[in-house]
Write a protein that binds this ligand. Structure first.
Ligand code: ZN
Length: 327
């Protein structure tokens, strides 16, 4: 019988680590990563968005092709994990498949793309990657690309190609993710997108004035689009001056509660950023995720709210995005 609380972590960078260090995610990789299949099981984490993460490289065809090859290698690792541990997990290409896996007591592996840079300046490679069931695409990482300016270029918004790419993502039913984008890019993506916009791993600027965090106005606009803000457990986004793994579960839940007070519990979720720098002093890896649930309960959140925060909001947004797809 599956655990009734369907938990989803909307952002883990574990595939990059698995690729570079040849990790076998079927086994406990403690000390080498924050997350793997055994620790998802131990931490009650039913599903996770595994990103093919590409740092921003030079805007040349050669460099973007190398990035694309890495993205494909990371997605192949995810497929390999699903195939070789099929009794314990499977790939979820849509919310229905994810619910099916949960009902069978298997972990759901969701593929996502962090940085559209490897797609280049046309839709050929995007259309091919989309067939692998990408849930969302993060428009950029740290540095402007062919699509938009990042938080490092606050003056830069979406390019003309970026606007077309947002529409193509809408058509394909892939959620548009504005984490890492400049505030201007995020506003323009909200303006252009015909489907909800999400932030897969960002926290609240009102509590920690970091350029990667979201202003209250942007939080409201994302919620208004029907999207969801997945609060990020990267410590420097949670407490000003904190180093990696120095903020606590309590600091993290402060951000969740700020967002909930601002936009309602229907538009907030959790994106740990494990293996991308994410982690808390008292939640350094996936086995400790129940501590977040415990803290939410301690602060008076009931079962229904826990369900929304831990996955239902993200899945509703994904469902709605797929419902509006036309490709
Ligand atoms: Zn990131």
């Amino acid at each position: 019988m599956a655990d009734p609380l369907l938990t989803l972590d909307s952002h883990v960078d574990t595939l990059e680590r698995a690729l570079d260090a040849a990790l076998d995610l079927r086994l406990d990789q403690r000390g080498r990563s924050c997350l793997d299949l055994p620790r998802m099981e131990a931490g009650g984490l039913w599903s996770a968005c595994f990103t093919a993460f590409l740092p921003q490289g030079p805007l040349t065809e050669q460099a973007r092709r190398a990035a694309l090859a890495r993205a494909e290698a990371m997605l192949a690792i995810l497929d390999g994990l699903a195939e070789s541990a099929a009794e314990r997990c499977g790939r979820a290409r849509n919310p229905e498949e994810l619910h099916g896996l949960h009902a069978q007591g298997r972990r759901a592996l969701v593929a996502c793309l962090e940085n559209t840079y490897p797609l280049g300046r046309d839709f050929k490679d995007l259309d091919r990657l989309a067939s692998m069931g990408l849930a969302y695409a993060t428009l950029c990482h740290q540095g402007a690309n062919w699509v938009c300016g990042s938080n490092l270029e606050p003056q830069q918004g979406l390019t003309a190609f970026g606007r077309r790419l947002v529409h193509r993502l809408n058509e394909l039913g892939i959620m548009v993710d504005v984490s890492h984008a400049s505030e201007r890019s995020a506003w323009e993506a909200l303006e252009v997108s015909r489907a909800p916009v999400i932030a897969s791993h960002s926290s609240c600027k009102a509590l920690c004035d970091h350029r990667r965090n979201l202003s209250d106005d942007l939080l409201r606009a994302i919620a208004h689009s029907g999207g969801v803000v997945q609060i990020c457990a990267y410590s420097p986004f949670l407490r000003l001056g904190a180093g990696e793994n120095e903020a606590s579960v309590s600091d993290f839940v402060d951000h969740l509660e700020h967002a909930i007070a601002l936009v309602g519990v229907e538009h907030v979720g959790i994106g740990s950023d494990f293996d991308g720098g994410g982690g808390l002093s008292d939640c350094p890896d996936a086995t400790h995720l129940p501590r977040i649930t415990e803290e939410l309960i301690r602060r008076g959140h009931g079962e229904a709210q826990l369900g929304l925060i831990w996955g239902k909001n993200f899945l509703r947004t994904w469902e709605e995005t797929l419902g509006r797809a036309s490709a």
